[in-house]
Structure formats: C-alpha cells, structure tokens
Design a binder for this molecule. Sequence first.
Ligand code: BEZ
Length: 211
Amino acid sequence: MSLRLGDIAPNFQAKTSMGDIDFYEYIGDSWAVLFSHPADYTPVCTTELGRTATLQDEFAKRNVKVIALSVDPLDSHEGWIKDINETQNVEVNFPLIADENKEVAIAYDMIHPNASEKTTVRSLFIIGPDKKIKLIISYPASTGRNFTEILRVIDSLQLTAYHSVATPADWKDGEDVVVLPAIKTEDIPAKFPKGFTEVKPYLRMTPQPNK
Ligand code: BEZ
C-alpha cells in the first residue's frame, strides 16, 4: 500500500556512499528529505545532486538531513559522485543509498510501473522529527526538481508545525501568513500580537509570527 501524508516513514537499513546506515539513527531528531533518482550517471540526476550539495548549508540551517537513493550499486555510486563533484563543482556530503534490491524503493512506493518497471521516479519525501511523512512529491524522470521550492516547503512545514497558521499561495519566508480557521477572530489579538487584517471572516492575515 502506498504511503500517505501523516503515515510513519518506514525505517530501513541500507548501504550508502557514506557507509551502512539505519535511517532513523541517521535522521535522529532532525527533519529529513529522502529523494530518489532514476539511475546513476544520468544528466538530470547529476545536476540535482550537485544542487543539493550546494544547498547543504540551507538544509543544515533548517535542521534537515538529506539522503538520496538510486537502485544502482555502491561502486557505481562512488564513480558517479566523483563525476558530480567534478562537473557541478561541489563536494557531495550526504549519503546516496545503493538500493540494489529495491527494498527501500518498494517500501516508499518509488517505482511507478506505468512510468518505468525497473527504476524509481523522482520521489521526494519530507519527514518530520516525529518520523511522520509531511510531504510527498513525485516528478517524472525527465523533469529535474526545483530545490528552491523544497526549501520553501520546509520553511512552511516548520512554521505551521509550531504556530496556528497556514501559508498562502506562493508564500515565502518572511511574508504574511493566514490565521488558522479554528482560531476565533476575537482570540487573534492575544495569540498574534503583531496584529492582523480581516480580509473576510474566513481569511485573516497576520505577519509571520516567528520573525
Ligand atoms: C536523468 O536523470 O537525466 C534522466 C533519467 C532518466 C530519464 C531521463 C533523464
């Protein structure tokens, strides 16, 4: 059965480019991004792993551990990482799972047989410190992911996990947010001392509370 938002992310043990790992031990109390690649030595994946390496400080700042997966073996990963470092001018400093037996890919439903029987699509899971799945996105092999959007979603997930707000369309960190409908308008001033605007009784905007 496929995984859904709010489900517990399955734990697994795997060989990676940074040694054997237990997934839960690797992520500890952090947030995590687990994302799959159709195959090693492919052009779009090469740019995606390079971009992720470039953004390592951004992920670390948000307390996010990143881990990639491809169903190719470890020696293939090692050679490919050298190419990524050389061509993308980076140092890949996060693990790449060698999921040769497709155990993790199957547990996370990363193989979509009508797209490809043998390789994973570009699945991406964001997992919270409670090990629950907060976001799932699937891209086809031919479309590289937008990592600025991944960081934006992490900002939204982390904000809305701790404050009674939601983030509107195209929201970016620092912009006004929506007060949750469950909060009564008369209770807003006490909860949101920066003020609020009532656009409609169901649409109340307030400055981002943690800024
Ligand atoms: C790529 O990562 O470049 C790729 C993989 C499979 C199909 C098309 C592109």
